[in-house]
Design a binder for this molecule. Sequence first.
Ligand code: MG
Length: 315
Amino acid sequence: MRLLSFTVKGSERVGVLIGEGRILDLAGAYSILFEHQAPGLLYNLKALIESQARGLDLARLVETLSIKELKANSPLGERLVEGAVFSFENVTFNPPVKGPGKILCMAVNYWSHAREMSTEPPESPYLFIKLASTLVGHKGSVIIPRGAEKPDHEVELAVVIGGKGKYIDRGKAMDHVFGYTILNDITLRGRQTPLKKGARLGIRWLPAKNFDTSAPLGPIIVTADEIGDPHNLKLQLKVNGELRQDGHTSDMIFKIPEIIEAASEGLTLEPGDIISTGTPSGVGAATGKFLRHGDIIEAWIENIGSLENTVFYEV
Ligand code: MG
């Protein structure tokens, strides 16, 4: 399934993609099909993920019945078209998971990116944190803070955790994955370096990677069963149509099972948590091309889709 979160007529909804740019509102469709108020998990994708198989089974049922009625052009199908089918132009996209418990991100996890930065990869997965408050949805603005220097883009495959776990063995790690989406790890290179004094405190992850809107996410979560091998996907990033990053997830230094194993060492992963798996080469830090006011950034991953955001310099 290809799931997303959106707002229409002031109401937050969970949708499923049923065609190019066409969204089925699951709660709306449920009400039309069953003439009954939809359960809460059809209004909140995080709640749906937390409900485990129950939520997905229900979502699949609503999708299947709706598509049947839509194809038949039945009276019920007509009511679905009127009340529960929306085009991309008519909705506001939300980050697919609202308020995830944590967003963990991999540093230097593509060989191509390590080479372009002349950085030796770490010997084990190196994770840092992005706060839930940094999220912004598809088509939202990336707001560059006042005085910030060298804002940069990083297209990344993001894993959405479905099954809770601690000390997860890499052999069982993929059982904990709900699906995959796109994260653009926006970074202020000018604030990423260590301070002159206290350099031993290291890279400044907080100001460089945790300003408001520094984590565009979504719009679609593709469930794990529809992705197949997540280490066999092309990923690209364009700025104003110009190709800046062009990579492949097979180039990851640490693969997803190993990352999940490392992330869950003493830390419980929970449904809705996001783990972003690092970026391939082509970032501004290597090319010297940083983000400018008005730029349109499009992060794309094969079989998932595009995440588009506009850069806005705060004054
Ligand atoms: Mg990154």
